[in-house]
Design a protein around this ligand. Structure first.
Ligand code: GRF
Length: 217
């Protein structure tokens, strides 16, 4: 089976990108991160890509006269990388419909909440304000509905009495670093199947357990 080409879109730190690269390098994913694209030149995650000799591209909105021109440049830049899969790993721009439609079914996002709870920003703050006892992250296929596409995998963490935004975010992030590589691994193995908006894991356990806090294997 040939390795899937994975293009990762980032805006910042890139810790999920790092986790994904590590999983590819260690052979647990039948794919390789072949390109990293950022909408910010100063994104620290670009250095992670460079350390691994992975090609990078920057497409910054301020270099374009309009939002439309930026959106066009973004999709063209991604097209040039000829990806089998695009991963949004902390990419903080909304994608336009052209992008989402072109990559539908091969576009995965990692989001720091148990969707459909807390789409959008400030998820940890909102979870704490609501007093929920379980929080976590979701890897999902991207559709035109913000943080609303079919769910591939979720990781759960308990909320502690003394948690603040930073401590909760840190524990969720650890789980993100397992959930995103698991989702990408299953995609690269061709094991994800969307039936009526629900993602089924082919050749997996018959219970839904594999889709929650997935094991490392
Ligand atoms: C993560 O919490 C991810 O879920 C969210 O943005 C953050 C990116 O972190 N979409 P990093 O850049 O991967 O470290």
């Amino acid at each position: 089976m040939s390795l899937k080409r994975i293009t990762v879109l980032i805006s910042g730190r890139g810790s999920n990108l790092g986790a994904l690269i590590d999983a590819c390098v260690h052979g647990s994913i039948a794919g390789a991160v072949t390109h990293v694209l950022s909408n910010r030149r100063d994104a620290p995650g670009l250095r992670i890509a460079e350390r691994h000799a992975i090609a990078t591209t920057v497409v910054e909105q301020r270099d374009y006269a309009s939002r439309d021109a930026f959106d066009r440049a973004l999709v063209e830049a991604v097209d040039r990388t000829e990806p089998d899969l695009c991963v949004l790993a902390g990419f903080m721009r909304l994608l336009d419909d052209t992008f989402v439609e072109r990559y539908q079914g091969r576009l995965i996002n990692i989001h720091p909440s148990l969707l459909p709870l807390y789409p959008g920003l400030h998820t940890h703050r909102r979870a704490l304000a609501d007093g929920v006892k379980a929080h976590g992250c979701t890897a999902h296929f991207v559709t035109s509905k913000l943080d609303g596409g079919p769910i591939i995998a979720q990781g759960v963490v308990g909320v502690r009495d003394d948690d603040d935004e930073a401590t909760l975010a840190a524990r969720v992030l650890e789980v993100e670093h397992r959930v995103l590589p698991a989702a990408v691994r299953w995609f690269c193995e061709g094991r994800l199947c969307i039936v009526s908006n629900r993602v089924q894991l082919l050749d997996g356990p018959r219970s839904g357990d594999a889709l929650v806090a997935p094991p490392d294997r």
